[in-house]
Write a protein that binds this ligand. Sequence first.
Ligand SMILES: Nc1ncnc2c1ncn2[C@@H]1O[C@H](COP(=O)(O)OP(=O)(O)OP(=O)(O)O)[C@@H](O)[C@H]1O
Length: 249
Amino acid sequence: MTFMMKNVSYSIKNNGERKSILRNINLEAAAGEFVSIIGKSGTGKSTLLKLACGLEKPDEGEIMIQNMPSVPGSAGYMPQKDLLLPWRTVMDNLLLSPELQKEKKEKKKEAEALLERVGLSACQEAYPHELSGGMRQRIAFLRTLLTGKDVLFLDEPFGALDAMTKKDMHQWMAALWRELNKTIVLVTHDLHEAVFLSDRIIVLHPSGETEEIMVQLPRPREAFLTPEITGLINTLESRITHESYQGIS
Ligand SMILES: Nc1ncnc2c1ncn2[C@@H]1O[C@H](COP(=O)(O)OP(=O)(O)OP(=O)(O)O)[C@@H](O)[C@H]1O
């Protein structure tokens, strides 16, 4: 498995007491797979991604990326907010992490090629405030890609975008994922997004249990709501509203 979480538990200190956030989580993703994690607010999805990419340490359990324990830098991570630095141009934002690792020169060509590939070469010298929300998220995603990692964790990357921009982003992401052959684990609240993009969807229940739903729809997928897509969305909605896992009926 390219990504694996085994018996992972995590708690935080809250007013002197330990508060359990995740209990005994088992998850995995195969090479090139697109997996989404959905669930009610507060079930620990963002925490799970931070653990997955080594930014937090579990109390118990094992987290592996490409057969090695996950540490910061094992995988690409895109947080909920784009975190583009307002005083740096698009190119300088893309080269932020390579610059810190003294690889700026080597990565510049790669950054130019990526911008070209997604039709954003013209905004290379623009500042974040000059870009639309969709463009900013594209740049933030390209920055995650520039880490060169095969496994990418994305935390609600399109959450703040309007419906039309989101639709464009879904198609853009699906095409790039196919082309680049990355393993992606995405946290989202948008069930249509999860169905449109994923091979597999994990429902994280408030009880801490997880449930898995396969998306066996041919690709490329329809951007509009077909009866199959609507059916899956309804299934997911009914699973999320269950307080705990009761088996798929
Ligand atoms: N630093 C922290 N201090 C206290 N509580 C925290 C901290 N980080 C997370 N939590 C709590 O952990 C739980 C899980 O938070 P997390 O953000 O992972 O959930 P989520 O499923 O991603 O939520 P959402 O869908 O609303 O983004 C929540 O109850 C949250 O209040």
